[in-house]
Design a protein around this ligand. Structure first.
Ligand code: SAM
Length: 206
């Protein structure tokens, strides 16, 4: 089981830093290029588990409404433009009050247990318009799902995360969305031998 206390402590510490992404600028740039065309077409974007919104804030233009949701209150300071809002809430408690053209869940699934993962897919399905797009991105296990609990030498802190199995994550998403297109990131971004980065583009368009 993942350790919720360790995870929340980890993100509370990270929120004090200017950047909460440690995977580097090349991957951030890759994600900007991947998602910007969809953000440009959207009038309303929701970023669930937004952190500082380094990705989402940089791909929406000033006419697009961007809502960030995260359970760490300090991230609110980053959403300071007239078109940006922030709601401090755990994703499992969050109730959408609006529908969005684009909903993002990037780098979050690994911090959710299975029940939470499913409930947030349900939330995502309610967040988007009939023609809307959901993008779920995380690292998947190369084999069976596994949980890491322990000291991360790379991050120099205690860490906890769950790495889902690719096929079963697609099956779970398929319950909520008709179309799923998986985009595996270039091999060079996969720092660890047992996981890989993948984005699932989910929609209900026929
Ligand atoms: C890897 S960061 C990703 C930030 C952003 N989505 C991005 O791609 O730049 C994960 C974020 O998820 C948030 N998070 C994790 N579990 C959460 C939960 N149960 N409810 C709300 N936010 C959560 C953390 O606070 C953190 O900001």
């Amino acid at each position: 089981m993942i350790d919720k206390e360790i995870i929340k402590k980890f993100w509370t510490e990270k929120s004090k830093e200017k950047s909460n992404r440690w995977s580097g600028n090349t991957i951030l740039e890759y994600e900007r290029n991947l998602l910007a065309p969809y953000a440009k077409r959207a009038n309303k974007v929701i970023d669930l588990g937004c952190g500082h919104g380094e990705l989402s804030r940089s791909i929406v233009d000033r006419h697009t409404y961007l809502l960030g949701v995260d359970y760490i209150p300090d991230y609110a300071n980053s959403f300071d433009k007239p078109n940006q809002s922030f709601v401090c809430s755990s994703l499992t408690d969050y109730k959408p009050f609006n529908v969005f053209d684009l909903a993002l869940l990037l780098g979050v699934v690994t911090y959710l247990d299975l029940e939470e993962e499913n409930s947030i897919y349900c939330l995502l399905s309610k967040c988007i318009s009939t023609t809307g797009l959901v993008v779920v991105k995380n690292q998947c296990s190369n084999e069976k799902e596994f949980v890491f609990n322990g000291y991360s030498k790379f991050l120099k802190t205690s860490y906890s995360a769950r790495y889902p199995e690719y096929d079963t994550q697609i099956n779970r998403l398929s319950y909520w969305f008709n179309n799923i297109n998986a985009v595996k990131y270039p091999e060079e971004f996969n720092t660890w031998k047992n996981t890989f980065h993948v984005a699932f583009f989910c929609s209900n368009k026929s």
